[in-house]
Write a protein that binds this ligand. Structure first.
Ligand code: G3P
Length: 220
């Protein structure tokens, strides 16, 4: 399973990358705005900075919602670096654009997926990745992981090669559940990735090992 970090914050991307377990980055317009990155040129430069930190895929989202606009924006984004993946919303013109990008060798991430029907359409349109939003489904009192499981079953049955990128991950537990449900990729905030590290028995065990070592080796 691949690990992406879901942020536009360069320090957090560097911190995750230094762990040696990072396979890529996802961003969206809200995450770019959160970092105060505004204006076309600044946004493009920011994507270049992210791509200079990580070797893996970096999702860069289009703002346009019409076919011509999505294609024009996507071409510009894809030209910024070889590891850019163009992120396209699950809308009618987005589906047409996904097909166009596939035919022109540009990799894509179809975003804002909330149903298996949308996941099937994204796969048919040739998306490289498609992103079901787990946390936002949970927010509405449904179960985001049930969606991942159903998409995973359908993709396996039908032999679709679009990768399931579990997004809107909010916790370390979500990462484990997404892995069990068959997600190929999880994209998470740094806090969820670091959350995987912690277990109280690990802390207690390490403290005891170090205590015993100090007792047996007072000179250390
Ligand atoms: O990858 C999508 C993600 O950024 C959305 O997360 O927490 O805003 O639902 P959230």
């Amino acid at each position: 399973m691949k690990f992406f970090i879901d942020t536009a914050n360069l320090d957090q991307i560097k911190e995750a990358n230094e762990l040696g377990i990072l396979d890529g980055v996802t961003t969206n317009p809200s995450l770019m705005a959160k970092e105060g990155i505004t204006g076309r040129i600044n946004i493009q430069n920011h994507y270049r900075s992210i791509c200079a930190i990580v070797d893996g895929d970096v999702s860069a989202e289009v703002i346009s919602t019409d076919f011509d606009g999505i294609v024009e924006e996507g071409k510009i984004l894809a030209d910024l670096a070889s590891n850019i993946v163009v992120k396209v919303p699950m809308i009618k013109d987005g589906i047409k654009a996904l097909n166009w990008f596939k035919d022109h060798g540009i990799r894509t991430n179809c975003t804002l997926i909330f149903s298996t029907g949308q996941a099937i359409l994204a796969a048919k349109a040739g998306a490289t990745y498609m992103s079901p939003f787990i946390g936002r489904i949970d927010d509405t009192n449904w179960d985001g992981m049930t969606l991942i499981k159903e998409i995973s079953e359908v993709y396996t049955l039908q032999g679709f090669d679009t990768q399931i990128l579990a997004a809107s991950i909010r916790s370390a537990r979500h990462i484990v559940e997404a892995a069990k449900a068959g997600a190929h990729v999880v994209t998470c905030p740094l806090s969820a990735i670091l959350g995987l590290l912690y277990h109280p028995l690990t802390d207690l065990g390490l403290e005891k090992f170090l205590q015993d070592h100090r007792k047996a080796n007072p000179e250390d």
